[in-house]
Design a binder for this molecule. Sequence first.
Ligand code: AMP
Ligand code: MN
Ligand code: MN
Ligand code: MN
Length: 279
Amino acid sequence: MNQIKYDLHCHSTASDGTLLPAEVVLRAKEHGVTTLALTDHDTIAGLAQAQQTAQENEISLISGIELSCTWNKRTFHILGLDIDPNNAELLEGIKNLQNTRLERAYKIAHKLEKNKIPGAFDAVLESAGSGMITRSHFAEFLLKNDYVSTIQGAFDHYLGQSKPAFVSTQWAELDNTINWINNAGGIAVVAHPLRYKLTASWMRRFLTDFKELGGQGIEIITGRSTPDEIRRAAHFATQFQLHGSVGSDFHTPKNQWVELGRLAALPNNIRPIWQLFTA
Ligand code: AMP
Ligand code: MN
Ligand code: MN
Ligand code: MN
């Protein structure tokens, strides 16, 4: 009997991944994934190609997206899983986020220029191609041109919060984000809940709002979760009666620490998010 393996969070060249959507699907299959969700940042552009490859290779593809959202001046990432990628309201929301991304990229490049780093905007336009421009593209540019020696260094010295090229951005509101997902027949899931570095009380406030507004899931297992992180995230799921999700957040084969399908199991007491998928 073939074992079922889920990976419900990953990226392709439609945003900041380095593999084409088709390549992501094939790589997931090679790593034993049986149900994959492609969740590019603020775009569904990779889904058609991924869906076709998935059908040809007998792997199940869930239509997904990772939406950028602002709540109380902080940025959160909300996954929309099992969405209808043709939903007009969702597409309209995404279009606004895409404009915001382009404007932000322009501002980041301007700040870099003021820090004696010219040429970033043209470079990221080129490297992102038809895909979303993300800070990862700026990080690659800074690395390639020897302004930093690692990708992490690019965030530490330029792109991270309160660094010289950081641009504070108003993304979509949490209520809109969840409504777009729900109205497109999808399931809203808080991505990587431990990465926001919130205090316990801010986390409680956020998850209270998320649940009240119609959010249904929280990511419990990511590509590099430690047992302690799994326990903490699982605790949120129990406390707020959310379903648990699992996703590698795979971006590139160059990162040897994060691989498609390489994921710990959900704790037994957690209701898996896939119970909510429509057949
Ligand atoms: P953006 O949504 O454009 O702000 O870009 C966020 C993306 O940058 C994330 O999805 C990650 O892929 C990447 N990223 C953010 N912080 C880091 C970091 N410290 N090191 C490496 N990649 C990062
Ligand atoms: Mn990313
Ligand atoms: Mn994210
Ligand atoms: Mn992601």
